[in-house]
Design a protein around this ligand. Sequence first.
Ligand SMILES: Nc1ncnc2c1ncn2[C@@H]1O[C@H](COP(=O)(O)OP(=O)(O)O)[C@@H](O)[C@H]1O
Ligand SMILES: [Mg+2]
Length: 255
Amino acid sequence: MAGDDVILVVEDVVKRFGGVVAVDHCSFSVRRGTITGLIGPNGAGKTTLFNIIAGFYRPDSGRIWFEGRRIDGLPPHRIFARKIARTFQIPRELKRMTVLENLMLVPEHQCGERLFDAWFRPRRVRRQEEAIRRQAEEVLKFVKLDHLRDAYAANLSGGQKKLLELARTMMSEARLILLDEPGAGVNPTLMRDLVGYIQHLREMGRTFLLIEHDMDLVMEICNPVIVMSNGRLLMEGTPEEVRRDPRVLEVYLGA
Ligand SMILES: Nc1ncnc2c1ncn2[C@@H]1O[C@H](COP(=O)(O)OP(=O)(O)O)[C@@H](O)[C@H]1O
Ligand SMILES: [Mg+2]
């Protein structure tokens, strides 16, 4: 059903919360190597869809394939292990760690053998840890957070936390990255940086599905753009097609 260039297929997915149909028979696919935009008014069902793809919610019905394999219904850690990352606010426990520690934890979570290794191969673990530390320091330099490497994550500004989130996905081997409103609360200068990093990661072969309210940002970096409204897929097209479509204007004005 999917050509080689399709990385994710969402087919006929439904999710209800009590009487609310948050996602209503949604189907679409994401091509590898794209930054695919997901837009729509508040309450359209975008975040719920992300949570379903990442395994935080189980769909009531429908199917999801990642790289040709079914993933719907798998728990979040299994989906992460398949190389899908979803960024969101830094969890509470990570706020009490330093910026560097936050990055160093990512590969550890990906490697199930570490506990075994720690007991039986301590030297190998130390070598791995050194490699991970070097990688973390490089990533921090790249996103210009290296001066904050020993700061507690809790003390970062909103924009710096977004950069840290993105840096954490750079430490992962995720091939599909789900970004939920990366621009929210980020000042214009940091925003330019963030855009540059996303485009850089795409050039390195990663695929993005990106929810964003800032229409200028969507039009600049996303192609194609998928529009949701009331849990349904309204349309999909190039940024220009979406901008021109009267139905899109209508759902935004109606919201
Ligand atoms: N955990 C939840 N419990 C009950 N209703 C929810 C829950 N999450 C989302 N909803 C409802 O589902 C609909 C879609 O919400 P959401 O996915 O957050 O939309 P969006 O991200 O597009 O703004 C909304 O009507 C929202 O109130
Ligand atoms: Mg949302």
